[in-house]
Design a protein around this ligand. Structure first.
Ligand code: VAH
Length: 320
């Protein structure tokens, strides 16, 4: 990767990925793009930034050609809960944007990364130690776009030789940019509320296990996969990856080790609970380990320590 274009750079993953790739490959070699311009004080403006609607294929092609981009990291998409509220828009953005990005990548022979998700699995998928290769009949429009995306990226590799790569992300937890419209976002919100209010009202019920990962591990995984020896990649797109699996009671218990009087209550959101119930409890990620050496640094305990430490500074909270 020498000259990288990121779509959805203002998102939870995109904002941190843009920063770390600029540190690794040089500020001027990473072009952040999104549908609108960030605030003037945004770290995204520390390097090249372009306004790009991923449904505008010509603008995307113009930027890629002008900047001699050799790697496209396509992140722009609606997440599960937002998508479920507007399925037609979700299909148009998630698939229309992906087809445009793949076509621009093909025409310019760039490397290509786009994430899938544990949302690509459904109620008939084995829920525990979900295999890398298994049945995928998701019942959410988000899952339908993720499975379609996996198949499309495999097709562009097989048909056109495009160097497409991807992972199935679990829920991502970070302190820099709050997530938007996901089902796993409770695992981010809980840290903010624990510090601000000493309590959290969870929209996901106790006993609902989902795979999760701390953002630094997610960022490392993208770089590691993109730099991996292509001859060793059997699966290429949609590698299962995860770092931990927990339910709301477990993350509450870990927070209570630091905020003794932390109170957890529940007001279950039937839509997001319904989405979560269709996702695996824990996935098997041995293929990622074997094919490109996937590893993680954080578990629930160490992530909680770091999240609380970083958010105390970000929120200027010293009394919790
Ligand atoms: C979501 N955070 O909740 C995203 C992700 C696995 C979850 O795809 O929709």
């Amino acid at each position: 990767m020498k000259k990288i274009l990121i779509t959805g750079a203002m998102g939870q993953l995109g904002s941190e990925l843009t920063t770390i790739l600029r540190e690794q490959y040089g500020v001027d070699n990473v072009i952040g793009t999104d549908i609108r311009r960030p605030d003037e004080d945004s770290p995204l403006l520390a390097g090249p930034f372009e306004i790009l609607n991923v449904l505008d294929a010509q603008n995307m092609a113009d930027i890629v050609k002008k900047e001699k981009v050799d790697t496209i990291i396509h992140l722009a998409a609606l997440l599960s809960a937002t998508a479920e509220a507007n399925p037609q828009l979700a299909w148009n953005i998630n698939m229309g944007g992906l087809v445009n990005a793949l076509e621009v990548a093909r025409e310019n022979n760039t490397q290509f990364f786009t994430p899938s998700s544990i949302g690509a699995f459904g109620p008939s998928t084995p829920k525990v130690a979900t295999p890398q290769d298994t049945i995928q009949r998701p019942t959410t429009i988000y899952g339908v776009t993720k499975v379609s995306g996996e198949l499309l990226c495999d097709y562009y590799f097989q048909k056109f030789g495009l160097d497409t790569r991807g992972v199935r992300f679990p829920g991502l937890i970070g302190y820099v940019t709050p997530p938007g419209g996901g089902t796993t976002d409770y695992a981010v919100d809980i840290y903010y509320d624990a510090l601000k209010k000493g309590s959290y009202e969870s929209y996901i019920d106790k006993g609902t296990f989902m795979d999760m990962m701390y953002m630094p591990d997610a960022l490392d995984a993208i770089i590691q996969l993109m730099e991996a020896d292509p001859s060793k990649l059997i699966h290429r797109n949609a590698f299962n990856i995860s770092a931990m699996s927990f339910d709301p009671e477990m993350i509450a218990g870990e927070i209570r080790k630091h905020i003794k009087d932390f109170k957890m209550t529940y007001k279950v959101d039937p839509v997001r609970q319904g989405i979560a119930d269709n996702w695996p409890d824990s996935i098997d990620y041995s293929a990622a380990i074997e094919e490109w050496g996937f590893k993680t640094r954080y578990n629930l305990e160490t992530m909680t320590i770091d999240m609380l430490e970083k958010l105390r500074v970000k929120l200027s909270i010293t009394d919790r």
